[in-house]
Ligand binder design. Sequence first.
Ligand code: HEC
Ligand code: HEC
Length: 280
Amino acid sequence: MIGRKILSVIAIMGLGFALGATNVSADEAEKRAKDPRNKKFMVGEKNSGYVYMTSQTRDMQDDDFGNPAFVWVDTGEALWNKVNGTAGKSCASCHKSASKSMRGVANTFPRYDPQTKKMIALQAYLQRHMTKDMGAKKWKWESEQMLAMAIYIKLQSRGDPVKSIINDSNRATLAPFLAKGKKFFEDRRGLLDMSCKHCHEDNPGNMARSNVLSMAMPNGFPTYRLKWQKPGSIHRRFSGCNKNVRAKPYKRGSEEYTNLEFYLMQRAAGLKWETPSVRN
Ligand code: HEC
Ligand code: HEC
């Protein structure tokens, strides 16, 4: 249900996120909620971020030729086939066709890393894999190359459902990381003293400033964000959402953000992969 009420907590707090909804905004939120295209992007109570976007943004995502992130897909494909590093190998030398070898891989990150006994995200995994197994220079988290490769790898799972990697044999190992991610999502923080949950679980469909709040689903990342004029990682998004409540952001690849991403993945199970999604 799309509420017409303003985000009162936010309104009371002032500081940028004030203002709440004007009638125009509430109508706009309702218009987005009624878009017949939503059906494919909803499962039970779960909605993809797509459901909260403007029509124009959806049009861009729906058409690969209109989706600006496909420039990065092309770069990702070129990098996949390019020899890189002292071992004289490309990704394709070992993995062959990405459409076969990388399909389903999106669901397996963040994964448990026996070496560090922590969770590891795709980007951190690739940084180590490339230096160790290819003798290549590592790409920075938010670099063009890393974004392109992460998009290219996750694109191979597009349309497949997000699936939990938790099973009976790894449950005990993964449980503490999941609990930490959930706690991060629910803890209040920052000058505004707000949790992720306040905006993304208690208020999806309501307005925060000029944005319609979504459920914070990870299934379209790296996403092309119009505001950024380029794609960005989910850790970049976490950092932005932390800063919006005047809280300290963590580093990309930090334990905090990796566990949080892991939690969001479990929470999104059943929705379909959309990478590269387009967001306002
Ligand atoms: C020298 C061969 C080799 C090269 C070159 C190589 N990989 Fe790998 N890669 C492997 C092997 C072997 C594994 C499995 C490692 C394991 O199971 O511990 C792997 C695992 C992976 C995984 C995890 C897949 C899964 O299903 O668990 C990803 C993602 C990946 N590689 C991406 C890349 C990318 C991207 C490149 C190029 C930048 C690349 N690899 C280059 C050999 C290679
Ligand atoms: C003050 C409200 C607010 C808080 C608190 C907040 N966010 Fe957000 N977040 C937003 C807004 C606004 C957007 C852009 C519209 C949307 O997708 O919800 C957004 C977007 C996102 C998205 C992108 C979803 C997509 O489909 O691309 C993710 C993921 C996300 N937030 C995660 C978080 C996490 C994790 C936290 C806690 C660390 C958090 N947010 C805290 C307001 C908030």
